[in-house]
Ligand binder design. Structure first.
Ligand code: SF4
Length: 365
């Protein structure tokens, strides 16, 4: 059940709907947190160590989605610290080897024709499962640090056709910063596509203002990839944010992470992908949770991901099917359910359908 947070219930709608107010009033300490979610008081002292290592940040809006009466609430699980984070000695800080694959500050280049530009090292909300946790646990760089050199690198590397502006979350930056950044990227003749990776429609939908949409629409072709993990995140506010982006001509995709206790069952995932396509957001990737230190309690098996992926195929529209991938230092590897091509029988191939039946398709050699 969604309810306005007690400590914020007197906030006028004008402020609540202002993304800057939401940022200024983020919950960043355990004492603030226990005022809005059921406390883990017996754990508070140990949780202080967790927060010292991996900071806490939740917008009042996203905190308002937490079900106060449900300790297993999937929204709570994504953002409320857990002692399991410091009990996990497995995993690594940088599972994709991004530090080594960074030719210049802020640029990660794993593929020949594309780069990720980590323009901003902050996020409205710190997700406990984040694969770039290392960015939050170390330096607190402001937006734009070293960006001139990053842009110069992209300008001097003609094989780069596609720039993914990411972070952190780039939409935490001001309109003027984003406009300058997009203008610089658009002035590079070989950059064909600009993409923005952001969780703002999920955790800070107030950020999607008409002014921001007007800026983004000046730099087409520009795509936005967002990051919904659970159907509870598809609120009227999130729908309105996605609708504004779509009306600005921006194609929207969604990347989800498979998270234990959040979305690791077929029913939840079906509800999520259906909700996404209803608001014109194409489910794009479903990621196996990365092997990041401090996230073991979120990890499911690849086989579980395959089962979920297999349970979607044929049961939801083709456009609602995300590709299940394992992200590796050498790029994303799609992992497909073992349906499809079974064997050849003379001039026929035998295919397995989503119903588990076999179909013989005439296909002479
Ligand atoms: S919004 Fe994205 S980058 Fe930021 S903490 Fe969450 S998963 Fe990590």
């Amino acid at each position: 059940m969604r309810r306005r947070l007690t400590s914020f219930d007197k906030v006028p709608a004008l402020l609540w709907d202002d993304w800057r107010w939401q940022l200024r009033n983020r919950i960043t300490t355990l004492d603030e947190l226990w005022r809005v979610v059921p406390p883990d008081e017996s754990e508070t002292e140990r949780l202080r160590h967790v927060v010292a290592q991996f900071p806490l940040s939740i917008t009042p809006y996203y905190a308002s989605l937490i079900d106060f009466d449900d300790r297993q609430c999937p929204i709570r699980r994504q953002v409320v610290p857990s002692i399991e984070e410091i009990e996990d000695s497995g995993g690594v800080e940088d599972p994709l080897g991004e530090v080594e694959q960074s030719p210049v500050q802020n640029v990660i280049q794993i593929y020949p024709d594309r780069v990720a530009l980590t323009a901003v090292k902050q996020c409205p909300v710190f997700c406990r499962f984040c694969f770039r946790k290392r960015l939050f646990s170390t330096a607190r760089e402001g937006a734009g640090c070293g960006l001139e050199k990053s842009i110069e690198y992209i300008r001097g590397t003609p094989q780069i056709k596609d720039v993914l502006v990411t972070g952190g979350d780039p939409l935490i930056a001001s309109d003027s910063f984003l406009e300058r950044l997009l203008k610089s990227l658009r002035s590079i003749p070989h950059v064909e596509i600009i993409r923005i990776g952001t969780r703002a429609p999920v955790v800070l939908p107030q950020r999607i203002t008409p002014g921001l949409c007007a800026i983004l629409s000046r730099y087409h072709p520009l795509w936005v990839n967002t990051h919904f993990n659970h159907p509870k995140e598809i609120t009227p506010e999130a729908q309105e944010a996605c609708d504004k982006l779509s009306r600005a001509g921006i194609p929207l995709g969604n990347q989800s992470v498979l998270l234990k206790g959040v979305n690791d069952d077929p029913d939840t995932m079906r509800e999520l992908v259906r909700g996404l396509v209803r608001m014109r957001v194409r489910p794009y990737y479903l990621f196996q949770c990365h092997l990041v230190r401090g996230t073991r309690h979120f990890r499911t098996t690849i086989e579980q991901g395959l089962r979920i992926s297999g349970a979607l195929r044929g049961h939801v529209s083709g456009i609602a099917n995300p590709l299940f991938v394992v992200d590796t230092p050498d790029g994303k590897v799609p992992v497909l359910p073992r349906r499809g091509l079974k064997r050849r029988e003379g001039d026929f191939v035998v295919l397995e359908t989503f119903r588990g039946t076999e179909w013989r398709e005439y296909n002479p050699t």
